[in-house]
Design a protein around this ligand. Structure first.
Ligand code: C2E
Ligand code: MG
Ligand code: MG
Ligand code: MG
Length: 288
């Protein structure tokens, strides 16, 4: 029987793999046309200053409304887009859409907000990212200092020489640079000082078990100190409870992002969020 069970397990595994493979193939084939068909959408997750919870800006997060596959989160399709080499095109769409929507908010009279976009390893590795960013900003008349570019440690580490060059060009343009999911990738601390970063984002895996987990608190505290010592801001992502927000504020974390403050919002919901929340620099307007 043991042999038989073993054989069944093999069949089971193969079936699961088949389904996964089919899933990837189906996803991939639909994904190729998603940009052209206008199926991609940006959601915006608010970012707040820790000390007074003033709204400082938003992170743009990609969503895919596939007529056949439903509403998909990036975890489901970005790895496939990467594998198919579609991320430069998708990333370019993200960049231009974010700038276009920032322009609409500016035209509505909102100011002093920052929008962060995520860039993939492929985008960083290709030459011309800074050119594309410059074009998008110009096309929509958005000041460079209002755009923040988020990248992960691992994407920067894939090609350090190239990344240094690209980041220097982006910094020259005047955009802000932020290191995402900090603490989860492999990177040597000595590289940190080579990059002109403005911000470190403490990964949500270090936030999740706060305030109870004292070792995670120690890590968070250390990242805050490291960032400040290197003249960088530091923000925490995945903040879900008041207790987490309080602890992070107490240890000096500058920015907070997470469900405790707000989930990511569709574009049409951002206007009223702006109105309801106090924006940095517009003192006395509304309340946090
Ligand atoms: P990320 O950049 O680290 O974004 C934060 C993720 O955490 C988002 O997931 C967000 O919805 C989620 N999140 C925010 N607050 C909370 C919370 O309180 N609790 C929990 N459990 N989760 C929270 P999302 O939108 O599914 O995006 C996942 C990842 O996909 C992003 O991680 C980013 O690496 C990538 N991504 C998203 N949009 C883009 C894009 O336009 N381009 C590229 N290259 N990558 C993107
Ligand atoms: Mg991010
Ligand atoms: Mg992150
Ligand atoms: Mg993350």
């Amino acid at each position: 029987q043991a042999k038989r069970e073993g054989r069944d397990q093999v069949a089971e595994l193969t079936r699961a793999q088949m389904i996964e493979l089919e899933d990837r193939v189906t996803l991939g084939s639909h994904l190729r046309d998603a940009v052209k068909r206008g199926e991609l959408e940006l959601y915006y997750q608010p970012q707040h200053r820790a000390t007074d919870l003033a709204l400082t800006g938003f992170e743009a997060l990609l969503r895919w409304n596939s007529p056949r596959l439903g509403f998909l989160l990036p975890g489901r399709f970005i790895p496939i887009a990467e594998a198919l080499g579609l991320m430069p095109e998708i990333g370019n769409w993200v960049l231009n859409t974010a700038c276009q929507q920032m322009r609409m908010w500016l035209d509505q009279g909102h100011s002093n907000f920052i929008v962060a976009i995520n860039v993939s390893a492929q985008q960083l590795k290709r030459s011309g990212l800074a050119e594309r960013v410059k074009e998008a900003l110009q096309r929509h008349a958005v000041p460079a200092c209002m755009l923040e570019i988020e990248m992960t440690e691992s994407s920067v580490m894939e090609d350090v020489t190239r990344a240094r060059h690209t980041l220097a060009s982006l910094k020259n343009l005047g955009t802000r640079l932020s290191l995402d999911d900090f603490g989860t990738g492999y990177s040597s601390l000595s590289y940190l000082r080579l990059f002109p970063l403005d911000k470190l984002k403490i990964d949500q895996s270090f936030v999740r078990h706060l305030p109870g987990e004292s070792r995670d608190a120690a890590i968070a505290r250390t990242i805050v100190m490291l960032a400040h010592q290197l003249d960088m801001e530091v923000a925490a992502e995945g903040v879900e409870t008041e207790a987490q927000a309080m602890l992070l504020t107490e240890i000096g974390c500058d920015g907070l992002q997470g469900h405790y403050l707000s989930e990511a919002l569709p574009f049409r919901a951002v206007e009223s969020y702006f109105r309801a929340r106090r924006i940095v620099g517009q003192s006395g307007v509304g309340s946090a």
